[in-house]
Design a protein around this ligand. Structure first.
Ligand SMILES: NC(=O)c1ccc[n+]([C@@H]2O[C@H](COP(=O)([O-])OP(=O)(O)OC[C@H]3O[C@@H](n4cnc5c(N)ncnc54)[C@H](OP(=O)(O)O)[C@@H]3O)[C@@H](O)[C@H]2O)c1
Length: 295
């Protein structure tokens, strides 16, 4: 075990989809960590962040927390909260990490882009968020960079993984429908890089161990449309013969979202020394483990 593996890591947002995957991986690999959920640390109380991390005696912080309701962030009564959690919390975490001289790994999103590209986005492509959620996450990146220019900011996309959620992720939502119906209708877009939360958790720990810094795109390799993702999930679950997946027209947009936001993984592969596995392979593992008949 390397010296880094003994570092006690604080997982902020430990009850979320990524937070849960990080906690499971840290437990499995017997690494020291402290899981901070809303119960241990209400992030709305920015003044509680520094004392909580100081008392926890940690040597690194991973911020897996977010206000992640993209539609909710547009609401007048929610926007301030979205910016507090997605911009002010990362800023406060960065200030605390600087004071404690410990690394911060912050997680961001493909929604910092407008989706008008004709190839997967690279880390240094110009950002342009087109809705409040993306803007709040982009300002979170800036808040971290202002205080800790060397901090690692890992952008990810279209997460899915194990765990019960109030709002099921796309793959679970599709497979729930597929159990009950013979025909599922989905909108074709957007095109993005679906990413398996346990894979992301593994890369994040490896990147922390490597002392990586700056912006990195951390997604499974390749990309697909929502229609293709739904079809692939149905196939992997063994429903393809019974369930037809069809395209339905997109409803009038109430909110601008990037139509095309795949993330380029060249830099991730170079930094890790191995490419991330393709999205379809990761999806196969997830569906096989968590959606097998009788599971
Ligand atoms: N999900 C995606 O498709 C996706 C795509 C691109 C990027 N990302 C990014 O990936 C990261 C992880 O996303 P995720 O899907 O794992 O998010 P998630 O499941 O929504 O988890 C976010 C966590 O943040 C916690 N949190 C929010 N407000 C809090 C507060 N006031 N005090 C304490 N905790 C609070 C939530 O706690 P509660 O459980 O108590 O509410 C939740 O556990 C985020 O940075 C997100 O922006 C996600």
């Amino acid at each position: 075990m390397s010296e880094h593996n003994q570092t006690r890591i604080a997982v902020v947002g430990a009850a979320g989809m990524l937070g849960g995957a990080l906690v499971r991986l840290l437990q499995e690999s017997r690494r020291p960590f402290v899981a901070l959920t809303r119960r241990e640390l209400d992030l709305e109380r920015l003044d509680r962040i520094a004392p909580a991390l100081s008392q926890a005696g940690v040597g690194a912080v991973i911020n897996a927390s977010a206000y992640s309701d993209v539609n909710g962030a547009e609401r007048d009564d929610q926007r301030e909260l979205a910016f507090r959690i997605n911009r002010d919390v990362p800023g406060a975490l960065a200030r605390t990490c600087k004071e404690l001289s410990i690394p911060l790994l912050h997680v961001s999103t493909d929604f910092v882009f407008d989706g008008k590209a004709d190839r997967p986005y690279r880390e240094d492509d110009p950002t342009c968020a087109v809705q409040a959620y993306g803007r709040s996450k982009l300002e979170g990146e800036w808040a971290v960079q202002e205080v800790l220019p060397g901090a690692l900011i890992a952008r990810t996309s279209t997460l899915y993984g194990p765990g019960e959620r109030e709002r099921p992720h796309y793959v679970d939502a599709i497979l729930r429908q597929a159990r009950e119906k013979n025909r599922i209708e989905v909108v074709e877009k957007p095109v993005s890089s679906p990413t398996y939360a346990p894979d992301l958790a593994g890369w994040l720990l490896a990147l922390l161990d490597l002392g990586a810094g700056g912006i990195l795109h951390t997604v499974n390799a390749g990309h697909c449309s929502r229609f293709q993702l739904a079809g692939a999930a149905v196939e992997e679950a063994g429903y393809a013969g019974r369930v037809e997946v069809a395209i339905r027209p997109a409803p009038p947009a109430t909110l601008e979202r990037p139509d095309f936001s795949p993330l380029d993984t060249t830099l991730l592969a170079e930094t890790l020394g191995r490419p991330p596995r393709p999205w379809r392979e990761a999806l196969r593992e997830y569906v096989g483990r968590y959606h097998a008949p009788g599971s």
